[in-house]
Design a protein around this ligand. Structure first.
Ligand code: HEC
Length: 109
Protein backbone atom coordinates (compact mmCIF):
# COMPACT_ATOMS: atom_id res chain seq x y z
CA UNK A 1 0.00 0.00 0.00
CA UNK A 2 2.73 2.43 0.94
CA UNK A 3 4.16 1.69 -2.44
CA UNK A 4 0.99 2.73 -4.25
CA UNK A 5 0.73 5.96 -2.30
CA UNK A 6 4.27 6.89 -3.29
CA UNK A 7 3.46 6.17 -6.92
CA UNK A 8 0.41 8.38 -6.72
CA UNK A 9 2.53 11.19 -5.33
CA UNK A 10 5.05 10.79 -8.11
CA UNK A 11 2.35 10.89 -10.76
CA UNK A 12 0.69 13.83 -9.08
CA UNK A 13 3.92 15.79 -9.15
CA UNK A 14 4.57 14.84 -12.77
CA UNK A 15 1.11 16.01 -13.80
CA UNK A 16 1.23 19.25 -11.83
CA UNK A 17 4.64 20.40 -13.06
CA UNK A 18 3.79 21.25 -16.69
CA UNK A 19 0.69 23.17 -15.61
CA UNK A 20 2.74 25.41 -13.35
CA UNK A 21 5.35 25.97 -16.02
CA UNK A 22 2.77 26.85 -18.67
CA UNK A 23 1.08 29.38 -16.41
CA UNK A 24 4.18 31.31 -15.40
CA UNK A 25 5.74 33.47 -18.16
CA UNK A 26 3.07 33.88 -20.89
CA UNK A 27 1.53 37.37 -21.05
CA UNK A 28 -2.26 37.33 -20.99
CA UNK A 29 -4.30 37.84 -24.14
CA UNK A 30 -5.52 41.12 -22.70
CA UNK A 31 -1.95 42.40 -22.37
CA UNK A 32 -1.17 41.45 -25.96
CA UNK A 33 -4.34 43.14 -27.19
CA UNK A 34 -3.47 46.23 -25.16
CA UNK A 35 -0.04 46.47 -26.79
CA UNK A 36 -1.47 45.86 -30.24
CA UNK A 37 -4.11 48.52 -29.60
CA UNK A 38 -1.45 50.95 -28.43
CA UNK A 39 0.46 50.34 -31.65
CA UNK A 40 -2.66 50.84 -33.80
CA UNK A 41 -3.66 53.97 -31.91
CA UNK A 42 -0.86 55.98 -33.53
CA UNK A 43 -3.18 56.40 -36.52
CA UNK A 44 -5.90 57.82 -34.26
CA UNK A 45 -3.84 60.24 -32.19
CA UNK A 46 -3.24 62.44 -35.24
CA UNK A 47 -6.84 63.60 -34.71
CA UNK A 48 -8.02 62.38 -31.29
CA UNK A 49 -6.77 63.43 -27.89
CA UNK A 50 -7.34 61.15 -24.94
CA UNK A 51 -8.87 63.55 -22.50
CA UNK A 52 -10.34 66.57 -24.27
CA UNK A 53 -12.10 67.66 -27.42
CA UNK A 54 -9.89 68.79 -30.27
CA UNK A 55 -12.34 71.08 -32.09
CA UNK A 56 -15.23 68.75 -32.99
CA UNK A 57 -13.19 65.60 -32.44
CA UNK A 58 -14.18 63.74 -29.27
CA UNK A 59 -11.60 62.36 -26.80
CA UNK A 60 -11.11 58.57 -26.79
CA UNK A 61 -9.68 57.84 -23.34
CA UNK A 62 -12.00 55.96 -20.98
CA UNK A 63 -14.88 55.34 -23.34
CA UNK A 64 -16.86 52.27 -22.23
CA UNK A 65 -15.66 49.22 -24.16
CA UNK A 66 -19.05 48.28 -25.63
CA UNK A 67 -19.73 51.86 -26.64
CA UNK A 68 -16.37 52.04 -28.43
CA UNK A 69 -16.95 48.80 -30.36
CA UNK A 70 -20.53 49.67 -31.32
CA UNK A 71 -19.40 53.14 -32.51
CA UNK A 72 -16.65 51.65 -34.70
CA UNK A 73 -19.06 49.11 -36.20
CA UNK A 74 -21.55 51.90 -36.91
CA UNK A 75 -18.90 53.83 -38.85
CA UNK A 76 -18.15 50.66 -40.80
CA UNK A 77 -21.80 49.99 -41.58
CA UNK A 78 -22.46 53.64 -42.48
CA UNK A 79 -25.00 54.09 -39.68
CA UNK A 80 -22.61 56.77 -38.39
CA UNK A 81 -21.50 58.64 -41.47
CA UNK A 82 -18.65 61.00 -40.59
CA UNK A 83 -16.46 60.55 -43.70
CA UNK A 84 -13.11 60.60 -41.86
CA UNK A 85 -14.23 57.96 -39.38
CA UNK A 86 -15.98 55.85 -42.03
CA UNK A 87 -12.72 55.51 -43.92
CA UNK A 88 -10.71 54.89 -40.72
CA UNK A 89 -13.15 52.22 -39.52
CA UNK A 90 -13.41 50.52 -42.90
CA UNK A 91 -9.66 49.90 -42.81
CA UNK A 92 -9.94 47.99 -39.49
CA UNK A 93 -11.00 44.39 -38.95
CA UNK A 94 -12.80 43.08 -35.84
CA UNK A 95 -9.60 42.05 -34.11
CA UNK A 96 -8.05 45.48 -34.60
CA UNK A 97 -11.18 47.19 -33.25
CA UNK A 98 -11.12 44.86 -30.24
CA UNK A 99 -7.45 45.70 -29.59
CA UNK A 100 -8.15 49.43 -29.85
CA UNK A 101 -11.10 49.03 -27.49
CA UNK A 102 -8.89 47.26 -24.92
CA UNK A 103 -6.28 49.99 -25.24
CA UNK A 104 -8.61 53.00 -25.06
CA UNK A 105 -10.67 51.62 -22.21
CA UNK A 106 -7.62 50.69 -20.11
CA UNK A 107 -5.23 53.63 -20.41
CA UNK A 108 -4.75 55.85 -17.39
CA UNK A 109 -3.28 59.16 -18.36
C1 HEC B 1 -8.95 62.43 -39.65
C2 HEC B 1 -9.23 62.56 -38.25
C3 HEC B 1 -9.60 61.29 -37.47
C4 HEC B 1 -8.83 60.14 -37.35
C5 HEC B 1 -7.48 59.82 -37.97
C6 HEC B 1 -9.56 59.27 -36.45
N1 HEC B 1 -10.74 59.85 -36.06
FE1 HEC B 1 -12.14 59.04 -34.83
N2 HEC B 1 -13.32 60.69 -35.05
C7 HEC B 1 -13.00 61.80 -35.84
C8 HEC B 1 -14.13 62.72 -35.84
C9 HEC B 1 -14.21 64.06 -36.60
C10 HEC B 1 -15.12 62.13 -35.01
C11 HEC B 1 -16.53 62.65 -34.70
C12 HEC B 1 -17.36 62.12 -35.83
C13 HEC B 1 -18.83 62.11 -35.61
O1 HEC B 1 -19.39 63.12 -35.20
O2 HEC B 1 -19.42 61.03 -35.85
C14 HEC B 1 -14.58 60.86 -34.54
C15 HEC B 1 -15.26 59.99 -33.70
C16 HEC B 1 -14.74 58.80 -33.21
C17 HEC B 1 -15.42 57.93 -32.28
C18 HEC B 1 -16.78 58.14 -31.64
C19 HEC B 1 -16.54 58.82 -30.31
C20 HEC B 1 -17.80 59.14 -29.58
O3 HEC B 1 -17.67 59.71 -28.48
O4 HEC B 1 -18.90 58.83 -30.05
C21 HEC B 1 -14.58 56.87 -32.05
C22 HEC B 1 -14.85 55.67 -31.13
C23 HEC B 1 -13.39 57.09 -32.84
N3 HEC B 1 -13.53 58.25 -33.52
C24 HEC B 1 -12.33 56.23 -32.87
C25 HEC B 1 -11.20 56.41 -33.68
C26 HEC B 1 -10.11 55.46 -33.75
C27 HEC B 1 -10.05 54.18 -32.93
C28 HEC B 1 -9.23 55.95 -34.64
C29 HEC B 1 -7.93 55.30 -35.11
C30 HEC B 1 -8.02 53.93 -35.58
C31 HEC B 1 -9.75 57.20 -35.12
N4 HEC B 1 -10.96 57.45 -34.52
C32 HEC B 1 -9.12 58.01 -36.06
C33 HEC B 1 -11.83 62.02 -36.53
C34 HEC B 1 -10.80 61.09 -36.67
Amino acid sequence: MAHLTRLAHLFGAALAAPLVMAAAPAPSDADELFEYGQYLSSQCSTCHRLDAYEGAIPPLGHLPRDYFIVAMREYRSGRRNNPAMVSVANALNDEEIEALAVYYTRIRE
